[in-house]
Design a protein around this ligand. Sequence first.
Ligand SMILES: Cc1cc2nc3c(=O)[nH]c(=O)nc-3n(C[C@H](O)[C@H](O)[C@H](O)COP(=O)(O)OP(=O)(O)OC[C@H]3O[C@@H](n4cnc5c(N)ncnc54)[C@H](O)[C@@H]3O)c2cc1C
Length: 432
Amino acid sequence: MTRAEVLVIGAGPAGIAAATAAAANGRKVIVLDDNPAPGGQIWRNKTAEENGSSGGEMKRRALESLRQSGAEVLAGRSVFAAYASGLVQTVWDASGGYVEEFGFEQLILATGARERFLPFPGWTLPGVLGAGGLQALVRGGYFVAGKRVIVAGTGPLLLAVAAHLAEDGAVVSAVLEQASLRQMVPFAMSLLGDPTKLMQGARYRSRLRKTPYRTGCWVVEAIAGNDGQSLAEVRMTDGARTWTEPCDLLACGYHLVPNTQIAELLGCAFRGSFVQVDESQRTSLPNVFCAGEPTGIAGLEAALVQGEIAGLACAGQPTVALHSRAAAARSFGLRMEKAFALRPELAALPRPDTIVCRCEDVPFGELHSHVGWTDAKLQTRCGMGPCQGRVCGPAIEHLLGWKPVSVRQPLSPVPLEALCFHGEPAGISNRH
Ligand SMILES: Cc1cc2nc3c(=O)[nH]c(=O)nc-3n(C[C@H](O)[C@H](O)[C@H](O)COP(=O)(O)OP(=O)(O)OC[C@H]3O[C@@H](n4cnc5c(N)ncnc54)[C@H](O)[C@@H]3O)c2cc1C
């Protein structure tokens, strides 16, 4: 077993800031992340912000400070089990790799968020992708130049993705934001006092000069072409009128949901859907801290300042000087949550034959006769596939109001041969 004084899970902005602060103050820090390199979602490979703005410089400085702090970063490790008494298990290379164990005195969870997907007829067609998912593919080399793309869903990520795609040569024919203009005005007005975010928004819009940004508008169906196999057009509505537009790709995501599975496994207390933390980012477990999106979807600034607070707290350093910055970042998140709240019409989109659980091919019509998540899971295998409900869980919560009831290890697929050598360690309890 490899031992760390402070173990950080997640090498996005929050994890990088946490590890840097803890290691720079003398703690032995190890950072684990399932991606091939540190950076998380926003600093994954090339980003739109890196071209000609301060975003690339911010990433470079953050990674340089992390390197200088002496924290050790172990990429490609997916954490599939965690015990608050001081142990984390990871699988390296899930296609046939091996299990590693890490001991810790203090644990910082900085596991970020993922996109929320909502089912509608045709959402499983090739050519329909998550908004952030398509952006990640493009950052990894997927070619979109000349392709007609519609970006739809909700949240500020839509503009960032559309700008990035346009920069890579895609023809972004529309951005559809489901929130109404009236719902979004207070949020937009609040940004007037934040020059950095205003500049960022202006930069995105300047790359999308010819693209309409339609508020109060959402996708009702993705339609296949004559081959019946791939996306040809998208049917959309503004609630009063419904029309179709041709496209090659539909990038569709409904804001973000926090990655809280490890916190749930450990038994941390929650505030609604988010991990409950105090001003030092400490969870209800004394040796477990949490920073970034699992504590509230609030963007880059929140991730950085919360990460720094968690790292300093683990090193026994004062954090009070950072509390007002953290509070401001949190309040941005709350305004965002209000502005991009989901409209009820989205829950009425799936037809009985619309697949809801993509891993196990469970259609919407099969779920209705069940009384809740556990019943549906046992009878239909909904949520039992490789994603373990990460995709269909939040969708079903919006569609039917069911909440997944429990999280179990392994949190992600682990090869049996790797597990054979690492059963649950004897005498280690999951709870304090
Ligand atoms: C798909 C997507 C794209 C985004 N693109 C943008 C953008 O272009 N611009 C923008 O301003 N904001 C973007 N955001 C929002 C941005 O991620 C946040 O604003 C913020 O930067 C989050 O930082 P974080 O450190 O909390 O999380 P993240 O950056 O998400 O970092 C969390 C890290 O933890 C890792 N992790 C999670 N679970 C495990 C596990 N079990 N084992 C090992 N590692 C794990 C993840 O792989 C990830 O690297 C995006 C979000 C998503 C989900």
